[in-house]
Design a protein around this ligand. Sequence first.
Ligand code: ZN
Length: 87
Amino acid sequence: MSYCRSNGDDSDVYLVMTGHGLLCFGAGWRLEETHPVHKDSLTITSRTEMIRHLGAHQAAGHKVPDRAFDRLSEEVEYLGDFCGDES
Ligand SMILES: [Zn+2]
């Protein structure tokens, strides 16, 4: 399931949940070239840390939709902060 995907509209960032945590693919090579946050994909197992991470994308000028922040905040409330591999 994806929280947001790079769509050329309101999101430059592609973020999905995997079995190992939240996987962020960055903002694409063009934006990462000029306004770098990370070029390689990045897995984070803390939802609050991912919220901060999305803030770093915004600070770099990358578009991140409010719904991604809202959904992560809701999940922290209902599911907890940890979202890594629990097996
Ligand atoms: Zn990222």
